[in-house]
Design a protein around this ligand. Structure first.
Ligand SMILES: Nc1nc2c(c(=O)[nH]1)N[C@H]1C(S)=C(S)[C@@H](COP(=O)(O)O)O[C@H]1N2
Ligand SMILES: [Mo]
Length: 378
């Protein structure tokens, strides 16, 4: 065929591209590569089609290469401010009373691509978020077995992955990925040490053979390849909660102080229509997406086509579990041709909602200000 012939091809003439008769066109366009080494993959949010995200569609956020961990030789140690330091094999953990929970994880940098001017870090669009069912042991049960000393204050979760961060400021040579959780949170039911994701053993990318899952918090607390727990008597100030994954909070006098990121903020995201989608004039279009609010429950999701002057409450699916996002949908019949900016906004039961303006104190994280999706009505 000549170049001209290729240019004339219609989908019907292209059975090799998956549109042969009787075949449905693919609805999952593949993951978006944000970095290939280490692997960082974004879920194409337009492909959202249910509460649970299949494992192979679940975003991947890794700062270093996947460490090689043999499940048969795997050991988790629990040390520090405990009466009984522990060394547990995977079989020991799997022999304990297990729990399964559906939990939404969102990367603290999700939506970073919408910040202007551009900031450093992975340029996530809407898809640095997903929901899976996690099976494992409550973190609290492990702490109970190790018998905390009365001085215990924080629980440091240490991953087996190791590397150097050459940003400004750099890490002090090679460091593990780690993160501490205040004891009060660590004892809650939504904090798990999981070995299964969506009813199958964790994949290497998602932390095999063991990871933490900290319900309601941004993803950085969900330490993958977990091999060590150190109970601390004081607050931890490691790289991943000071140089990284920390925001400024204002003291009463207005002085900014760095605080490690914790709970996810309320957020609603549109799956369809996507940016630059053509929406037919005068025909009902079913918009849909998801909404979540960290440790809170979503109260309502609203929709606007006039830059937030007027809001319409959309249909929100009832919560399927705590710490799990909810799906929403709304039928919109556009009555005017041309470009339209669509906005959605989540409000949680405590009354928190999404800010219109970006707060620079949040540095490059916790991105939930209103971001329009522009479509064309034709
Ligand atoms: N050991 C280790 N754990 C980690 C990370 C990491 O780089 N190393 N990334 C964290 C971040 S920032 C996020 S958002 C989540 C992502 O989990 P996922 O890759 O399973 O989606 O893992 C967290 N746990
Ligand atoms: Mo993250």
């Amino acid at each position: 065929m000549t170049r001209r012939d290729w240019l004339k091809l219609t989908p019907a003439a292209l059975p090799l591209l998956g549109t042969a008769q009787g075949q449905t066109p693919p609805t999952f366009p593949g993951m978006i590569v944000r970095m290939s080494q280490p692997e960082n993959l974004e879920f194409p949010f337009a492909a959202l089609n249910g509460v649970q995200t299949p494992t192979e569609h679940f975003f991947v956020r890794s700062h270093f290469a996947v460490p090689k961990l043999d499940p048969a030789a795997f050991q988790l140690t629990v040390e520090g401010a405990v009466e009984k330091p522990l060394t547990l094999t995977l079989a020991d953990l799997q022999g304990m009373a297990k729990v399964t929970k559906s939990i939404t994880l969102e990367c603290a940098g999700n939506g970073r691509i919408f910040l202007a001017p551009q900031v450093r870090g992975l340029q996530w669009g809407f898809g640095g978020v997903g929901t899976a069912t996690w099976t494992g042991v409550p973190l609290g049960a492990i702490l109970e077995r190790a018998k905390l000393k009365p001085t215990a204050k924080e629980v440091l979760l240490v991953g087996a992955d190791l590397g150097s961060i050459n940003a400004d400021p750099p890490s002090p040579g090679p460091i593990n990925f780690d993160r501490s959780i205040p004891l009060k949170k660590a004892k809650q039911d939504e904090c798990l040490l999981a070995y299964n994701m969506n009813d199958n053993p964790l994949t290497p990318s998602h932390g095999a053979p063991l990871r933490a899952v900290i319900g309601g918090w941004y993803g950085m607390a969900a330490v993958k390849w977990l091999t060590k727990i150190i109970v601390l008597n004081e607050a931890y100030h490691g790289f991943w909660q000071t140089m990284d994954y920390a925001i400024y909070q204002r003291l009463p006098g207005g002085q900014p102080t760095l605080k490690p990121l914790t709970a996810m903020q309320p957020k609603a995201a549109i799956a369809r229509p996507g940016l630059s989608e053509i929406v037919p004039l005068g025909q009902p279009y079913k918009l849909h997406g998801a909404a979540w609010a960290g440790e809170q429950t979503v109260d309502k999701v609203e929709f606007s086509v006039d830059a937030g002057k007027n809001w319409t409450t959309v249909r929100l699916s009832p919560p399927t579990a705590e710490f799990t996002w909810q799906l929403w949908e709304h039928t919109w019949t556009p009555n005017e041709r041309g470009p339209v900016k669509l906005l959605v906004k989540a409000t949680d039961k405590s009354g928190r909602t999404q800010p219109v303006q970006r707060d620079p104190d949040r540095r490059t994280y916790m991105i939930n200000h209103l971001v329009p999706v522009e479509v064309t009505v034709r």
